[in-house]
Design a protein around this ligand. Structure first.
Ligand SMILES: Cc1cc2nc3c(=O)[nH]c(=O)nc-3n(C[C@H](O)[C@H](O)[C@H](O)COP(=O)(O)O)c2cc1C
Length: 255
């Protein structure tokens, strides 16, 4: 078998879409048809969900005024305004609580229900991104929605027990997918372990990757610690320290 045949054998429409993924933050002024968006969202709703509980909701925001406010709350991320449609992925305990009430049962909220809802929302969002990219649309996830979870909830009218895990700007990309260079990922050896967690020292491969990423960013000194450096300074103090308190007030438990 030739290398070409072998590559074809292990490439499908699905892996092709995943292999050309790059976050898109620059969009052209062209609408995403409602029917296309519905096809994407409904395909994504086939995503696996913990015990079929479907502990998530999706919110579609097209209003420019609302997206302007969301952009501010996310730290002035302008692509939230410039994209055609913004979609939010919500951890949703509200519906479970109502289902329980229908049977006279309280919902025992715990760390587990918080995790289940957050994971479900994350999974459906990833499916939306892949489905959108399969249509040639560009998208970027927006964790900045967790900067001010209560304000996001107030703006969009969430009931108690609902928070936005992350959002997504979706639109037609300025540069068609597959035409821009892809941000390199950590080497396979650091990510994929076989049978047991690797005992190899990760430092040399991390250093190599630092150089590769520096080159990708066009940094003049290609040995700059382009991955490990920013991570070190980003995570040397807790990020979003208010988060637990805010989410607890919104009805999520961490015990
Ligand atoms: C949960 C999550 C939240 C993210 N939040 C943001 C964000 O707020 N703003 C942004 O510009 N990119 C955001 N991103 C995109 C990442 O920065 C991007 O995926 C990463 O740098 C890898 O680049 P690539 O997707 O182009 O390959 C987020 C990605 C994930 C998975």
């Amino acid at each position: 078998m030739t290398i070409r045949e072998e590559t074809d054998l292990y490439e499908t429409a699905g892996t092709q879409t995943l292999n050309q993924h790059a976050s898109v933050r620059a969009f052209i002024d062209k609408p995403v048809p409602d029917e296309m968006l519905n096809a994407i969202l409904n395909a994504a709703r086939r995503s696996p969900t913990s015990s079929n509980m479907q502990t998530y909701s999706i919110i579609v925001v097209r209003s420019p005024e609302t997206r302007q406010r969301l952009a501010e709350l996310a730290g002035n991320q302008r692509h939230i305004e410039q994209c055609d449609v913004f979609v939010g992925f919500l951890a949703d305990l509200n519906r479970l609580e109502i289902a329980g009430e229908m049977h006279g049962q309280p919902l025992a909220k715990s760390l587990e229900t918080t995790l289940v809802a957050t994971v479900d929302a994350a999974l459906v969002g990833m499916s939306v991104q892949t489905a959108a990219e399969s249509f040639g649309l560009g998208a970027v996830m927006i964790g900045g929605m967790r900067n001010h979870p209560q304000k996001v909830a107030d703006l969009l009218g969430f009931p108690p027990g609902v928070y936005m895990v992350y959002g997504m700007s979706i639109g037609w990309p300025q540069a068609p997918l597959g035409t821009k260079s892809l941000k390199p990922r950590l080497p396979e050896e650091l990510i994929i372990h076989h049978e047991a967690y690797s005992e190899d020292d990760p430092r040399p491969l991390i250093a190599d990757y630092d150089g590769e990423l520096a080159a990708f960013y066009g940094q003049r000194n290609q040995h700059t610690a382009a991955w490990s450096g920013p991570i070190a300074s980003r995570l040397n103090t807790p990020r979003r320290p208010h988060l637990r308190q805010t989410l607890e007030a919104m009805g999520f438990h961490f015990d």
